[in-house]
Write a protein that binds this ligand. Structure first.
Ligand code: FAD
Length: 467
């Protein structure tokens, strides 16, 4: 039959990957359709991910900062928390941003179709909504259907067991909370809830929290956060759980398992995210999807069906918004016939904890595993005038260099605002900078960013006399 809508490019999913692809395609002059099952654009990141978590983390960091002020001779009372207002603030942030996206889609004449999309064949997508079905005929497609939280099958269905989406709803502040999984998402939510007054246990199967980051960075965070958690149980897993009136009774097994079951008012499951590749009718278009639901792509983000692209969480790790956005641009440009490739030298990671932990390019662990000969230089924030003035000198800045090419290949920062600071290292890696390029760049004094220049100077063998 005849399609309801015809377009040059259809994008399935309106998260950071999808809206970036759609906007770039429209800017290039393609007739673009953006399909999204929810009423708001922005996907996980804007609605239930990056943005709401950062709204709450900002609030938490201000409370924590105020907690340091008695050392400066300033005291406030205990925080009075109006949870409803905090929720409203967070929801307002989301509304502003998703509304902004809707405006940008309209301005670019991107047609937004609301409903659940599934492929019918290699050139047709069906979108099902309460009001009926629509078919979209497309020349090119971009799959940006994202991921969802992994569930633990042995946990009962209970409103006191939540994933990150549930935790972000902030229904109440539990007395005792268990965070299952010590990755970035779990630790960010633990930071929020502990600052708001919850006593928190963290359980992690592996031998350390915040996997992926070099241990020297994580150690500084762990030391500063030692008082934040009741128990951190490493090499331990949850063995079972039952819902009782008193709470969720969880039993553990492994090296640091407590003697008996523990009772919690809230359990956050943050054990990873799984891609939505098996829910979009990919087989009808002949698109290859892996056992786990990932879609394989080449450097132009093309699937095995050359005019159908895939981007973002659905194509693999790292599942990060900025990676999805970059891939979205590559896919849109490639669909438009340009020679665009995913060719990034680095994808930064940031844990927006307190202090923050950020890293980019190669880690030391990766260099060792890959046999790369590397040098490193570290600038401790205990020697940074600004960090000391802030009363937060517990961090450090680290640069890694390839000793053969002398280029910057990685770096990490732990300390307040590390996530904002890492960008300079990202740029240095992309541009193939040598330490002298950074060391001879005049950085503003006194700033935390100066620590990157100082680290480069340490490598050059100069000791700076600027504190
Ligand atoms: P998604 O954002 O998952 O969007 C996919 C969209 O597709 C969704 O809107 C979905 O409704 C829609 N969709 C799926 N299937 C269909 C269908 N069949 N029909 C119609 N629509 C469909 N990343 C960072 O970089 N920084 C952070 O600080 C950060 N914090 C996070 C915090 C939390 C709590 C979580 C859960 C994630 C966080 N992330 C963060 C990860 C980030 O949210 C994801 O990497 C990013 O959203 C992936 O973008 P995407 O475009 O691939 O997919």
């Amino acid at each position: 039959g005849k399609a309801d809508i015809e377009c040059d490019l259809v994008v399935l999913g309106a998260g950071p990957g999808g809206y970036s692809a759609a906007f770039r395609a429209a800017d290039l002059g393609m007739k673009t359709v953006l399909v999204e099952r929810y009423d708001t654009l922005g996907g996980v990141c804007l609605n239930v991910g990056c943005i709401p978590s950062k709204a709450l983390l900002h609030t938490a960091s201000v409370i924590d900062e105020v907690g340091h002020l008695p050392d400066h001779g300033i005291s406030f009372g205990a925080p009075q928390i109006e949870l409803g207002k905090l929720r409203a603030f967070k929801d307002g942030v989301i509304r502003k941003l998703t509304g902004g996206l809707a405006g940008m889609a309209k301005a670019r004449k991107v047609e937004v179709v609301t409903g659940v999309g599934a492929f019918l064949d290699q050139h047709h997508l069906e979108v099902a909504a309460a009001g009926g079905k629509k078919t979209v005929k497309f020349a090119n497609a971009v799959i940006a259907a994202g991921s969802q939280a992994v569930k633990l099958p042995f946990l009962p269905e209970d409103s006191r067991i939540v994933d990150s989406t549930g935790a972000l709803q902030l229904k109440s502040i539990p007395k005792r909370m268990l965070v299952i999984g010590g990755g970035i998402i779990g630790l960010e939510m633990a930071t929020v809830y502990s600052t708001l007054g919850a006593r928190i246990d963290v359980v992690e199967m592996l031998d350390g929290l915040m996997q992926g980051a070099d241990r020297d960075l994580v150690k500084v965070w762990a030391k500063a956060n030692a008082g934040r958690f009741e128990k951190v149980m490493l090499k331990t897993r949850t063995a079972g759980a039952k819902a009782t009136e008193a709470g969720i009774e969880v039993s553990f097994e492994g090296e640091q398992a407590p003697a008996g079951p523990q009772v919690y008012d809230l359990v956050l499951v943050s054990v990873g995210r799984s891609p939505n590749g098996k829910k979009i009718g990919a087989e009808k278009a002949g698109i290859a999807v892996s056992e786990r639901g990932f879609i394989d792509v080449d450097k132009q983000m093309r699937t095995n069906v050359p005019h159908i692209f895939a981007i973002g969480d659905i194509v693999g790790q790292p599942m990060l918004a900025h990676k999805a956005v970059h891939e979205g641009h590559v896919a849109a440009e490639a669909a438009h016939g340009e020679k665009s490739y995913f060719d990034a030298r680095q994808i930064p990671s940031v844990a927006y904890t307190d202090p923050e932990v950020a890293w980019a390019g190669k880690t030391e662990d990766q260099c060792k595993a890959e046999g790369i000969k590397f040098g490193k230089s570290v600038f401790p924030w205990a020697a940074s005038g600004r960090a000391i003035a802030n009363g937060r000198d517990e961090g450090f800045t680290k640069l890694l260099f390839d000793t053969t090419t002398h280029r910057v290949i990685g770096g990490g920062i732990v300390g307040t605002h590390a996530g904002d600071l890492i960008s300079e290292i990202c740029l240095a890696i992309e541009m193939g900078c040598e330490p002298a390029d950074i060391g001879k760049t005049i950085h503003p004094h006194p700033t935390l960013g100066e620590s990157i220049g100082m680290a480069a100077e340490v490598f050059e063998g100069h000791c700076t006399d600027l504190p």
